[in-house]
Design a protein around this ligand. Structure first.
Ligand SMILES: Nc1nc2c(ncn2[C@@H]2O[C@H](COP(=O)(O)OP(=O)(O)OP(=O)(O)O)[C@@H](O)[C@H]2O)c(=O)[nH]1
Ligand SMILES: [Mg+2]
Length: 365
């Protein structure tokens, strides 16, 4: 038996044991991974003995008196901007180094080469058209161009289902924060008076359903799960049917993390979507969850997911721990998918609607 400890929980691996909940203690069984029921294309070979993933019990965080803000929680990206802008201001005049500093700042914040080139070219064109009086004008110009790149997107989340509950499907690669985001969305929607059901469509990862169940209990949402290894599409279908029978407003469907380059798993997602549409409800959002700390890597994942499914919006998680907040600009301008929600921490209330004005001011002020 091995004992592992993390900041939020203690995890005990016990041979052949069941799952037991205690105060901050989760016991998870060691499992034989997917004997005979393995998903081809996944990284785990059939019949290989691997430890079950620990149940990622979400930390209990008291509801804050005021909701978290992007400004409070994005200190790493803001720090990057503050340092670069202060050294540009310190030099006082626009010269070759100024342009190089700006370019470096934008690249380090992970806006991506294409977008950075575009922004710098815009600024240079402006400077040529009417010579800039000083660095403040240059910085203001950059801020304006960046704001413009995020304007006009429709960031609303639709609950318009002609009959039955609206269904929001959460997709993305492993560990990006899909289940946690569902917990946060459930918390907010239940508090706003909606009747919400969580459907445990991640039937692959051991303990995934238990993790979602904890969120359902904490948020006051209903919960539907299937057997481990069951077809995710049928579990989500059952979840929608059960929600429809209870006149619920919203189903939040979890899915297993998957690599975007595994075509069979992407096909499985399409099937989930088809089957969900056949149930007594309507898929009104397919939300791609992207981890902001992965920067440009997250962008290429987003590109593949968008090609495989009709993604309606992005949830950008872990912006609180990332210096790569510029990925917001890259996702929107290069993929044309609106960032709708932003994750600012691990707690139930650490999710906000993305507001470009607030975000850009947080970077520049
Ligand atoms: N700091 C921070 N941590 C987050 C955020 N969102 C999720 N996490 C953490 O990221 C880790 C993974 O979250 P999960 O919700 O389990 O991710 P997932 O995408 O469901 O993972 P799989 O189901 O394994 O694919 C957990 O430790 C979460 O607490 C966020 O916005 N900020
Ligand atoms: Mg999950």
């Amino acid at each position: 038996m091995t004992l592992a400890a993390s900041t939020n929980e203690i995890v005990l691996w016990v041979a052949g044991g069941g799952v037991v909940f205690g105060t901050g203690v989760v016991l998870a069984s060691r499992v034989i991974a997917r004997r005979g029921a393995s998903r081809t294309g996944d990284t785990v070979a059939p019949g290989v003995d691997v430890p079950a993933a620990p149940i990622a019990e979400p930390p209990v965080v008291e509801a804050p008196a005021t909701p978290p803000t992007v400004r409070d929680r994005t200190s790493r990206t803001r720090g990057l901007f503050a340092n670069a802008l202060s050294s540009i201001r310190g030099r006082g005049r626009i010269d070759g180094e100024t342009w190089a500093d700006l370019e470096e700042l934008l690249l380090r914040a992970d806006l991506g080469v294409g977008l950075v080139d575009g922004l710098i070219a815009d600024l240079r064109a402006r400077a040529t058209e009417s010579p800039m009086t000083g660095v403040e004008e240059l910085i203001a110009g950059l801020r304006e161009s960046m704001t413009a790149r995020l304007s006009g997107a429709n960031r609303s989340l639709s609950m318009e289902s002609p009959s039955g509950p609206a269904v929001w499907l959460f997709v993305g690669v492993n560990g990006v924060g899909k289940t946690t985001t569902i917990g946060k969305v459930a918390t907010a929607r239940v508090a706003a008076g909606a009747s919400v059901v969580l459907a445990a469509g991640d039937t692959f990862r051991a303990a995934a359903a238990e993790q979602l169940q904890i969120w359902a209990e904490r948020s006051g949402a209903g919960f539907v799960r299937g057997a481990e290894g069951a077809d995710p599409a049928s579990v989500i279908f059952d979840g929608i049917e059960s929600a429809a029978a209870k006149n619920a407003d919203l189903v939040l469907a979890d899915t297993a993390g998957r690599l975007q380059n595994k075509t069979n798993l992407m096909e499985e997602l399409r099937k989930v979507r088809r089957v969900a549409d056949k149930a007594r409800g309507a898929v009104t959002e397919v939300l791609l969850v992207v981890d902001a700390t992965t920067g440009q890597n997250g962008l290429s994942q987003a590109r593949e997911f968008a090609a495989a499914t009709d993604v309606t919006g992005v949830v950008l998680t872990k912006l609180d721990g990332s210096a790569k907040g510029g990925i917001v600009f890259a996702i929107e301008t290069e993929l044309g998918i609106p960032v709708k929600l932003v994750g600012l921490g691990e707690g139930a209330h650490d999710l906000v609607t993305f507001n470009p004005g607030d975000f850009v001011s947080a970077l520049f002020e």
